[in-house]
Write a new protein. Sequence first.
Length: 342
Amino acid sequence: MTARIPATLIPGDGIGPEIVDSALAALDALDAPFEWDRQIAGLGGVQLAGDPLPAATLDSIRRTRLALKGPLETPSGGGYRSSNVRLREEFQLYANLRPALTIIPGGRFDKIDLMVVRENLEGLYIGHEHYVRIDDDPHAVGMATGINTRQGCHRLLEYAFETAIATGRKKVTLVHKANIMKVLTGLFLETGLQLYEQKYKGRFELDTIIVDACAMKLVLNPWQFDMLVTTNLFGDILSDLVAGLVGGLGMAPGANIGTDAAIFEAVHGSAPDIAGKGIANPTALLLAAALMLDHCKLPEKAKRLRRAIDDTLNVDKVRTGDLGGSASTAEFTQALVRRIAN
C-alpha cells in the first residue's frame, strides 16, 4: 500500500475551485496518494479571515511542505501584497519552474519543448522602492533597488543544472543583461559560468544570451533553446512569452520549489468574468498536478496524467472554448477521467 502524502489544497478565487475540482478528479482516478488539507487564500482569505494568507493556511503548508493551489486574486487597495509573492518569501521558494510543451499541434509554433527556470526571491522583485520629494512634488523621483546574492544565484543555478540533467536537457542558456547591469545580473552570469566549470562541464552544453536578444530569438526560432535560466524579472517576462508559444497561460503550469516546501499552480489569473459558468480550461492546473507527481517521486502517475491530457485533447478532440472546442469544464474532466481509466 502506497504511503499517504499530506498536501495542502488551496482552491483559490474565481475559476480556481472549478479547475481544482478537475485536478482532484484526475488525481483520484490515478489513485494518487495525497491526503488533502483544504485551506483558503487570496480574496477568499480576506473575506473569511481578514488576510489573503491566513495563519491556518501558512501553518498547513509548514506542516505538509507541499501544496496545490488555484489562482489567487489580490484585493485592490488596503495595502495588500501579492499572495503569490508572500508565499514565495514565507517558504523561501527560490526556484520557479515553467515548462512549455506543445500539446495541440498545428499552431504557429509547433513542437515546442522548452523549460524556463526563474530565480524567485531576488533581483528587482524584492520591492525595495521609494519616492524622493523635490520641492512640492512628493513623487518627483521613483527609485527601486535590485539585489542579487552569490548564495541566491548559486542555489538557483545548481537547481537548474541538476534539473537539466534529471530531465535530459541537452542545452542550458543563461539569460542576463550583464552588458548594462554589470553588477546585478553580472553576478548571476559569473556564478553560472563558474559553477558550470567546477561541476557540470561536459554534462550538457552551456550558452549565454542577453535578454533582449533572447526575446527576439524566441519569436524567430524558439527551437534553438532547450532550457532558459534567468533572474527574477527576466524570468517573469520570458516565461509568459514562452507560454504564448504553446497556446497561452491556459496551457502553462508552474512549480515553486524551496528547500523546505514546494507549491504547484496554474499561473493564469482567477478570471472572475467566467467564474461559475463551467467553461474554464483546467489544463494548466492539471499539468501542474503532473509536476507535483514528479516532485513526489510518482513519475508513472505523472506520465499517465500527461498522456491522458494529450489523448483527451487530440484523439477524443474534447476541448474547452478557449481551445476551439465546446466542452464544459465538467465534460472535459469526465473525458479525461475516462482516458486515465483506460
